[in-house]
Design a protein around this ligand. Structure first.
Ligand code: NI
Ligand code: MN
Length: 225
């Protein structure tokens, strides 16, 4: 499985399918690609905020990739493109990939609709078949991450560390100890001054207390896991 970080919370995971998560590219000062340069088979959106829905609709229209999201967010983007709504705790197979939606502790209003369309709740995803990736979306630290570790047993966890809108490095390090993945990848930091963080502080905190390896990716970098 290959994982490429496209900045902020956007990743392109290539396993059986190419799964693009939270494609915030055109408004992102740190994005390495334009929306027109991304190819994918499935798009997953964790919640309604602009830095997560991002360019999902534009990319979906061009690539014909369905957008998988919480029911309310899926119904919003479904006005323009193919979408699949699901809800927290549910799993589905999209093309050749298993996708489960899990809880996130965060909000999900849709600024793109001037908050007229409800975004329901924020969510995270467990994506993959044999090897599984947990993308936490935007979230606080919550106790049920222990359940995700026990039940879903993800190999890789992508966790926000930017603080202010999500967990910071210290809480994210605690999350890693509860989820217990082989690899953790920090996200949702250094996009703007308000989420400025040192990812190596997160790496030190995690590797000091767990056997999980932290991969601090450069924007645009791809790793084989
Ligand atoms: Ni958010
Ligand atoms: Mn966000």
């Amino acid at each position: 499985m290959k994982i490429r970080w496209l900045g902020h919370s956007c990743f392109l995971i290539t396993g059986k399918d190419r799964v693009l998560i939270d494609p915030y590219l055109s408004g992102n000062p740190a994005a390495p690609l334009k929306p027109s340069e991304v190819e994918c088979d499935i798009i997953c959106v964790t919640h309604g905020h602009s830095d997560h829905i991002g360019d999902a609709v534009e990319i979906a229209k061009r690539t014909k990739a369905p957008i998988v999201a919480l029911f309310e967010v899926a119904s919003y983007v479904g006005q323009w493109t193919e979408s699949l709504g699901m809800n927290i705790g549910g799993s589905t197979h999209v093309k050749g990939t298993t996708i489960k939606m899990v809880q996130a502790v965060h909000s999900s209003g849709i600024p793109g609709s001037e908050f007229k369309h409800s975004g329901g709740s924020a969510a995270g995803f467990i994506i993959g078949n044999d090897k599984k990736v947990y993308h936490a979306g935007d979230t606080a630290l919550f106790q049920d991450m222990k359940t995700i570790g026990e039940v879903d047993r993800p190999d890789v966890a992508m966790l926000p560390i930017g603080d202010l809108y999500t967990m910071g490095p210290k809480d994210a390090a605690m999350a890693v100890s509860w989820i217990n993945p082989h690899i953790a990848i920090p996200m949702h930091y250094n996009t703007w001054p308000k989420v400025q963080q040192d990812p190596n502080e997160f790496k030190r905190l995690v590797e000091g207390k767990t056997s999980t390896k932290v991969l601090v990716l450069k924007v645009g970098e791809e790793v084989d896991v």
